[in-house]
Design a protein. Structure first.
Ligand SMILES: [Zn+2]
Length: 152
């Protein structure tokens, strides 16, 4: 049984806990969710010991609940993270992050002549193979593997 004491960082009354973050991805997630602009309480822990995963990172955001669309964008940088939704100090929902069908303005196109690299516009990628992490640019058709992507 999972006990509250497993949560290294202090308990949250209400909000979202993002757990099992690879240590090198913590600040990428901060950036993706624009937590630097968040006015609610944000707690970031990194290089925490985890029995199952070695070292890990964790982010707690008070009073924020992310949409499935926002959460799915995180799958691009770390497919295995887990979100816990906390209400009144209880975990009311756990979400496993999965790749979405479409990525809006998350990934930069690797094709230098692609219109998205030459005009002030958002990128759109279709995830064509979720198992292998292949995505395709809506505008030029360039395929990219999740291992090689650059974020917008
Ligand atoms: Zn493109």
């Amino acid at each position: 049984m999972e006990k509250r004491k497993d949560l290294v960082v202090a308990a949250l009354e209400s909000g979202t806990v993002i757990d099992h973050i690879p240590t090198d991805k913590v600040f990428t997630i901060v950036q993706l969710l624009q937590l630097d602009k968040c006015t609610d309480q944000v707690t970031i822990g990194n290089n925490l010991e985890s029995a199952k995963f070695g070292k890990k990172g964790i982010i707690k955001i008070a009073n924020r609940f992310f949409s499935d669309a926002e959460i799915s964008q995180l799958a691009v940088v770390c497919p295995n993270i887990r979100l816990c939704i906390i209400k009144d100090y209880e975990v009311v929902e756990k979400k496993q992050v999965t790749l979405p069908d479409e990525l809006d303005n998350v990934v930069r196109c690797a094709n230098p002549v692609c219109i998205t690299n030459n005009e002030p516009m958002k990128t759109v990628f279709y995830v064509t193979d979720k198992v292998n992490g292949i995505m395709k640019c809506r505008y030029c058709g360039k395929e990219q593997h999740i291992e090689n992507i650059k974020l917008v």
